[in-house]
Design a binder for this molecule. Structure first.
Ligand SMILES: [Zn+2]
Length: 107
């Protein structure tokens, strides 16, 4: 997402042209000048692919361990990644109500 591209505020619908600041998990975050709300947008396509790939790989690894009768010990990073992917889905759905073009979908 280009920082110069205006995005609609998911609280009041105003167009925000402010530069986004990424959150800890890489979500673009904006401050709405109209309603002073903090708006969090879905992940960029690249971040989502990276998270999805890692999550898939480690999830698959855990399944192999389980099938061998071992207990997988997921890395600490697996949880925030899973959380980010779920949050991304929720945010993408929320943003879609405000944007006629599909935001948050991979092309
Ligand atoms: Zn707003």
């Amino acid at each position: 997402m280009s920082p110069k591209e205006p995005v609609p505020c998911t609280s009041c619908g105003a167009q925000i042209t402010a530069k986004s600041k990424p959150t800890f998990l890489g979500f673009p975050k904006f401050e709405c000048p109209s309603c002073q709300d903090t708006i969090v947008y879905p992940l960029g396509v690249t971040t989502r692919i990276v998270y999805g790939t890692f999550f898939g790989l480690f999830g698959f690894g855990a399944l192999i361990l389980l099938s061998q009768g071992q207990t997988p010990t997921p890395g600490w990073f697996l949880w925030p990644m899973g959380y980010a992917l779920i949050r991304d889905r929720i945010l993408a759905k929320k943003v879609r109500k405000f944007v006629p073009v599909r935001v948050g979908d991979s092309k």
